[in-house]
Write a protein that binds this ligand. Structure first.
Ligand code: URP
Ligand code: ZN
Ligand code: ZN
Length: 460
């Protein structure tokens, strides 16, 4: 299997030049001007951008949550990702409290095997850190290549751990070369506000937003950063949304940043005015909620300042029928929205095209940094000799409109319905194979591989 990509504008986190790429088997074999090599497939990329396949390190596929399951499975989720230029996702395994991590791993292997069309890995969500769980950490890192451990400071009763467990987990993960990630919001404060609003009969989706004010995220983000600094574990805050939370991290890390930060595309491009639409607002019920325009500005600035290293999606789709579970009570609306397909194109359109971020920064936060933080660089996240040939060929000028009619998510609405986007994924290679071309999936179910990851020892 060989592919020659001719005359594309190759963009990585650090470079920007026109050249040819020769792919042999699954990886990049040569890069150069006017390569004179025979290849089975030749792609003319003149006038196109050529960048590393996107990596979305925050998706929830086929996940049991709030009495239902997220609507995309490993096929529909990774297929939607590929169509939008994301060649790899990292999903979350959820430990059942009181049960071993190994049991949850087996469940997720069954969900994914033979289904994925894009590459994937798992974060292990530790929802019950005890003496037995502790013994499983080393094996997950060294034998399974699962080096990242997710924690929740909210969702009490199902997912949340306390600070004693957090520090214990961090200590163990550091010892074996892993990273701890967190949903950083103060679960007890949120539960108090949810109960208060419900007691007052305030059941509209707006009260989801009003039950998670900025302080709940700022407090937990600072507390997590303190615990990470104290234990020295590489650490990562997922879906950070607001100025208060980013400042809490910044204030603790002035001398040496010890916590990596992810935001998600929706927090950059959407805001809390969407909670003023009655039950339609359930489309954007997610945790943390959308914030204010001043927070959007802070996040764009945080990306340029290197404080925010990753733009993910927290892709967690629920259909309108599932959202209706919370028709009379905002606290029962399944949290999450579909986005994995749109991340790269929205970030390009709203970020690069509108002059908010550079092309190199776009590649850095949509692919390279996730590969570095989660132990996959330089196999993934860049275009270089020997790297996996995960390559996006992208038309920076093509305009299109996002709609539930045309997206590949298994979801009957889009939170971005009618959005006009400039820039379109045209061809996607995954490990040397053309996986998407002209809107068609070219690889079979099961082509997507589980990627074992390497140990990580520092924050980037
Ligand atoms: O609303 C969200 N974020 N749903 C998925 C679960 C989580 O907290 O990431
Ligand atoms: Zn979360
Ligand atoms: Zn999530």
């Amino acid at each position: 299997m060989s592919v020659l990509i001719k005359n594309g504008r190759i963009v990585t986190a650090s470079d920007d030049y026109v050249a040819d790429i020769y792919v042999e088997g699954e990886s990049i074999a040569k890069i150069g001007k006017n390569l004179k090599i025979e290849a089975e497939t030749i792609i003319d990329a003149s006038g196109k951008l050529v960048f590393p396949g996107g990596i979305d390190p925050h998706v929830h596929l086929d996940m049991p949550f709030m009495g239902t399951y997220s609507a995309d499975d490993y096929y529909t989720g990774t297929n939607a990702a590929l169509h939008g230029g994301t060649t790899m996702v990292i999903d979350f395994i959820l430990q059942t409290q009181g049960r071993p991590l190994s049991e949850a791993l087996e469940t997720w292997k069954k969900k994914s095997q033979g289904k994925a069309v894009g590459d994937y890995s798992y974060h292990m969500a530790v929802t019950d850190f005890n003496d037995d769980t502790k013994k499983e950490i080393q094996g997950l890192i060294e034998d399974e290549g699962i080096v990242s451990f997710k924690t929740f400071m909210a969702y009490k009763g199902a997912l949340m751990i306390d600070d004693r467990q957090m520090v214990g987990l961090m200590t163990e993960v550091k010892k074996h070369g892993g990273i701890v990630t967190v949903h950083a919001t103060n679960g007890d404060m949120i539960d108090h506000l949810v109960a208060k609003h419900r007691a007052e009969g305030k059941m509209d989706p707006l009260y989801h937003y009003l039950s998670q004010p900025e302080v709940t995220e700022a407090e937990a983000s600072g507390r997590f950063a303190d615990m990470a600094n104290y234990t020295g574990v590489p650490a990562y805050i997922v879906h950070l949304t607001c100025e208060g939370a980013l400042n809490a991290v910044r204030n603790r890390t002035k001398r040496n940043q010890r916590v990596n930060v992810e935001t998600c595309i929706q927090y950059l491009v959407l805001n809390a005015r969407l909670y003023e639409k009655g039950f339609e607002s359930s489309k954007w019920v997610m945790s943390p909620p959308l914030r204010e325009p001043k927070d959007q500005e802070t996040l764009w600035a945080g990306i340029n300042q290197g404080m925010v290293q990753v733009v993910a999606t927290d892709h967690c789709p629920f259909t309108m029928e599932q959202k209706a579970m919370g028709k009379d009570d905002f606290s029962k609306i399944p949290n999450g929205h579909p986005a994995v397909e749109h991340r790269v194109e929205l970030l390009f359109s709203e970020g690069v095209n509108k002059g908010r971020i550079s092309l190199n920064k776009f590649v850095e936060v949509s692919s390279t940094n996730a590969a570095k933080i989660f132990g996959m660089f330089p196999r993934k996240g860049t275009i270089g000799i020997g790297a996996d040939a995960d390559i996006v060929i992208f038309d920076p000028n093509e305009k299109h409109t996002i709609s539930a009619e045309t997206h590949h998510h298994n979801c009957d609405y889009s939170g971005y319905e009618g959005w006009e986007v400039t820039g379109k994924t045209k061809t996607v290679l995954l490990r040397g194979k053309v996986a998407v071309e002209n809107g068609e999936t070219k690889v079979e179910r099961g082509y997507g591989q589980f990627i074992k990851r390497n140990k990580v020892s520092i924050n980037i």
